[in-house]
Design a protein around this ligand. Structure first.
Ligand SMILES: Nc1nc2c(c(=O)[nH]1)N[C@H]1C(S)=C(S)[C@@H](COP(=O)(O)OP(=O)(O)OC[C@H]3O[C@@H](n4cnc5c(=O)[nH]c(N)nc54)[C@H](O)[C@@H]3O)O[C@H]1N2
Ligand SMILES: Nc1nc2c(c(=O)[nH]1)N[C@H]1C(S)=C(S)[C@@H](COP(=O)(O)OP(=O)(O)OC[C@H]3O[C@@H](n4cnc5c(=O)[nH]c(N)nc54)[C@H](O)[C@@H]3O)O[C@H]1N2
Ligand SMILES: [Mo]
Length: 752
């Protein structure tokens, strides 16, 4: 299909408004879309189920973006699937459908059960479903044989109950989507500044002189961030983008609500755009820092904030030593950026008093993901850009409550202080053994060390690396349980027995014994606020996530603990009172969450109180990762299109990149296509190489794209079968989805 002429000129714009409204109307109808969209991100409405970008203090009448509207429309769709649907379609039939087709069938409406040996799911009553779970969990020889995954849309209230249930049951096996996402940020930041979270607030963006955007595509994945960037830009702030792909949203932006900017075809966003090689960020950041050091030597004391470095940091000397080790040729070759460009960045950096660095998956999903994050912090620390207004590290989170879930204790590595408070509040002894993260969970399932899987949201079978091995892992379970809003492949790649437990979504009214309930979420900048659905539930048989978790807990644990599970479901204030007693920063939770806009959690690093072993922020010194590609090999990264939310594919077009009607594509630089003896439109077999193992996908279409040499990109999740389970970040074990080695061969058979 040929793209309309204006599609790839600027991100945002009138077309994004039209797309949003059209999608919303066709999925929800006129009345439901009007109610739903008028309530997104409003003080008394619901939190957008899209990304975790914060809401401004002053809300506009419209506080959503094109992709937020799509997320709302897909949850609030009028399409439904229940017992009839599952009677008509066998699991094998459904497995043959595309992910896109599965998602389009509509909202799940009643609990479904697949007995051992059955070919179809059949309906089951809620209590009988909970009894099934209790029976299987009781049969395990140890609680560590069970795995409890969480995706990041879960509310604080549901997450808190879930981790409480899992720990009262006796395990810390609480892997979550953070393991696949910002784990490298959490691990990296914790080590060097004593908190796993960013230190900036939305207000800081109004004071920054320079903002780095590294490995992030906000035009697609955090569209409301573009408004913030544009406002900063208009008052003179500079913006530097570091990304192998020239993402449209980082190049030009047209504000959908500002007619003038639309007429002009958008405004430029980035002052400098560095097309770094895939995996070349450490080399690039080292080059920039080396130029910063050189500038300070030319003008002694004029560039580095020595007062800050001496008082608040440690490790400067070893940083410097490693910075000076590689040659400039090595730095340029590995980063793909010239020394002159690095110097231009260093000059801008040295001339800016307040600097924010934002990043997302382009930095975290690498073998050296933790080191990537720590190099960013090194750069910030050199000029004291942590713990002052308008400055700081800003990992931009993905799922709308992924940060809150961690705050509530969803982690396989709880700290001792948290467990102590939990023990005191609920009078039980939580397990202290470290649990399994996502990669370790898959390994344990494969090895037979775990036999039960429960997913609170998400699509584990598709989002994880190594499709074949993950499929095998889930099929080895005695029972898989999925708590979901919509059908996905994880319901079909299931254990001997399987349950689908359908739940209310964000947009829906949650009525319990004491009346209408609201839940709470934490955004990417540590602001906690309420979220209350406005639409009638998709089915009378749905239960809320807190009610499902409490129902499971009651069936599994009964009177083994003193925890009043069912009373929590009657009134979520009772859950929040307990959160207030357990989680620091949530004192007086029930009152403060009712303040318009909620409240912000405290952070030591914001005021330069670094909770590290030494009380200081730490420079870290790592060597260049090195980039030994053999002839014919390429570095592959995986990206999200403009028409998907993670594994939920809304449509086949990627408007901002000008790619239409097909997601089974590999993006390559035209010169590289030619040097491989290929032509645009050819079909190739893509093979990944890791520690002697290979994995392949066949018949992928070649698309010419502006990329650095010997770099390639494919879409997530289509490319996931290529990522090996063992290829993950050192320390954080985040899969290396953004950096693995591949080769190409023209596909043998003829075809479309
Ligand atoms: N509409 C929509 N919104 C979303 C999501 C969605 O799927 N759809 N997902 C949500 C979630 S869970 C998350 S985590 C976020 C993800 O948000 P992002 O991190 O922005 O998403 P990605 O598309 O995975 O990749 C980010 C960018 O990294 C770049 N990149 C790839 N490799 C490298 C590298 O080696 N170095 C550098 N510097 N850059 C690199 C890619 O070109 C891409 O622009 O978005 C959230 N918001
Ligand atoms: N190759 C590659 N792989 C990646 C990535 C990448 O960049 N490249 N990114 C990784 C990242 S950053 C992430 S976060 C993971 C995402 O991994 P997940 O969080 O596991 O996956 P999602 O696709 O977000 O989950 C979608 C499903 O969640 C369910 N759902 C939606 N809303 C709700 C709700 O309100 N409640 C409940 N209970 N269920 C709900 C629906 O059934 C839907 O099918 O994928 C990772 N995988
Ligand atoms: Mo994510």
């Amino acid at each position: 299909m040929k793209p309309p002429a204006d599609e790839t000129r600027a991100a945002g714009g009138i077309r994004s408004v039209l797309v949003a409204l059209t999608r919303a109307r066709s999925a929800m109808g006129v009345r439901r879309s009007a109610t739903a969209l008028a309530n997104v991100n409003q003080v008394r409405g619901f939190d957008c189920p899209g990304c975790a970008w914060p809401d401004p203090g002053e809300r506009a009448a419209i506080e959503f973006c094109e992709n937020g509207a799509k997320a709302v429309a897909h949850e609030a769709t009028r399409a439904r699937i229940g017992a009839d649907f599952f009677a008509k379609h066998s699991i094998r039939d459904l497995l043959a459908r595309s992910d896109h087709w599965l998602e389009r069938q509509g909202r799940l409406t009643e609990p479904m059960w697949k007995p051992a040996g059955a070919t179809h799911y059949e309906p089951i009553a809620w209590d009988a479903a909970f009894e099934r779970i209790a029976a299987r969990l009781r049969e395990l020889s140890h609680p560590d044989e069970a795995i409890f995954y969480t995706s990041g849309r879960t509310s604080n209230e549901a997450a808190f109950l879930y981790q409480l249930f899992v720990r009262a049951f006796g395990t810390n096996n609480l892997p979550d989507c953070s393991n696949l996402c910002h784990e490298s940020s959490g691990t990296g930041l914790n080590e060097v500044i004593g908190t796993g979270k960013g230190t900036v607030s939305l207000e800081d963006f109004s004071h920054a002189d320079l903002i780095f955007i590294v490995g992030q595509n906000p035009g697609t994945n955090h569209p409301r961030m573009l408004g913030t960037l544009m406002a900063a830009k208009r008052r003179g702030c500079r913006i530097i983008s570091i990304n192998p792909l020239k993402e449209l949203g980082l190049v030009r932006f047209a504000h959908p609500q500002k007619p003038l900017s639309l007429l002009r075809g958008g405004e430029a966003i980035s002052d400098l755009y560095l097309q770094v090689r895939v995996g070349g960020d450490i080399a690039l950041l080292k080059g920039i820092m080396r130029e910063v050091l050189a500038a300070d030597e030319r003008e002694p004391g004029g560039v580095i904030d020595w007062d800050f470095v001496r008082r608040h940091t440690e490790g400067f000397d070893s940083l410097k030593e490693l910075l000076l080790r590689p040659t400039w040729e090595e730095i340029e070759a590995e980063s793909g950026i010239s020394r002159a460009q690095m110097r231009a960045v260093a000059d801008l950096y040295a001339a800016s008093d307040r600097v924010i660095a934002c990043w997302a998956m382009g930095l975290t999903q690498h073998r050296h993901g933790v080191a990537n994050v720590q190099e960013i912090v090194n750069l910030l620390l050199l000029r004291g850009n942590v713990g002052k207004p308008g400055a700081g590290p800003c990992p931009v989170r993905g799922h709308s409550n992924v940060q809150g879930d961690r705050t509530m204790g969803i982690t396989e590595k709880p700290n001792a202080a948290f467990l102590e408070r939990l023990a005191r509040e609920f009078s039980f002894a939580p397990p202290s053994r470290t649990g399994l993260d996502v990669v370790q969970s898959i390994e344990a399932l494969l090895a037979g060390g775990a036999k039960f899987f429960c997913g609170l949201g998400g699509n584990f079978a598709v989002a994880t690396p190594d499709r074949d091995r993950t499929t095998l892992a889930l099929r080895r379970c005695d029972l898989t349980v999925q708590i979901s809003t919509k059908l996905n492949r994880s319901h079909l790649v299931c254990g001997t027995e399987a349950l689908i437990l359908p739940t209310l979504g964000r947009t829906e009214i949650d009525e319990q014994a004491s009346g209408r309930q609201f839940v709470s979420v934490e955004d990417s900048m540590s602001a906690v606020h309420r979220s209350e659905g406005v639409l009638p539930p998709a089915s009378a048989k749905l239960r809320s996530e807190p009610a499902i978790v409490a129902g499971m807990a009651q069936a599994v644990l009964g009177d083994r603990t003193l925890i009043p599970w069912l009373r929590f479901t009657e009134d979520y204030d009772r859950i929040r009172d307990r959160i207030a007693n357990v989680v620091p920063g949530f004192e007086d939770f029930n009152r403060r969450v009712r303040n318009p806009g909620g409240f912000v959690l405290p952070s030591g690093a914001r005021s330069r109180h670094f909770e590290t072993a030494s009380g200081k922020a730490c420079f870290t010194a790592v060597a260049l990762p090195g980039d030994a590609l053999r002839p014919g090999q390429f570095r592959m990264t995986t990206i999200r299109s403009h028409d998907q939310f993670n594994t939920t594919v809304y449509g086949l077009d990627d408007r901002y990149r000008g790619i239409y009607g097909d997601r089974n594509v590999v993006l390559l630089r035209p010169e590289d296509i030619e040097s491989q003896g290929l032509r645009e439109g050819d079909r190739v077999d893509v093979t990944s190489h890791f520690e002697g193992e290979t994995r392949s996908l066949s018949r992928v279409r070649v698309v010419g794209y502006d990329l650095p040499s010997r770099c390639a990109a494919m879409y997530f999740p289509e490319a996931n079968p290529l990522v090996s389970l063992g290829n993950h970040a050192d320390q954080s074990r985040t899969p290396a989805y953004k950096n693995f080695v591949v080769t190409f061969a023209r596909s043998a058979s003829a075809g479309p």
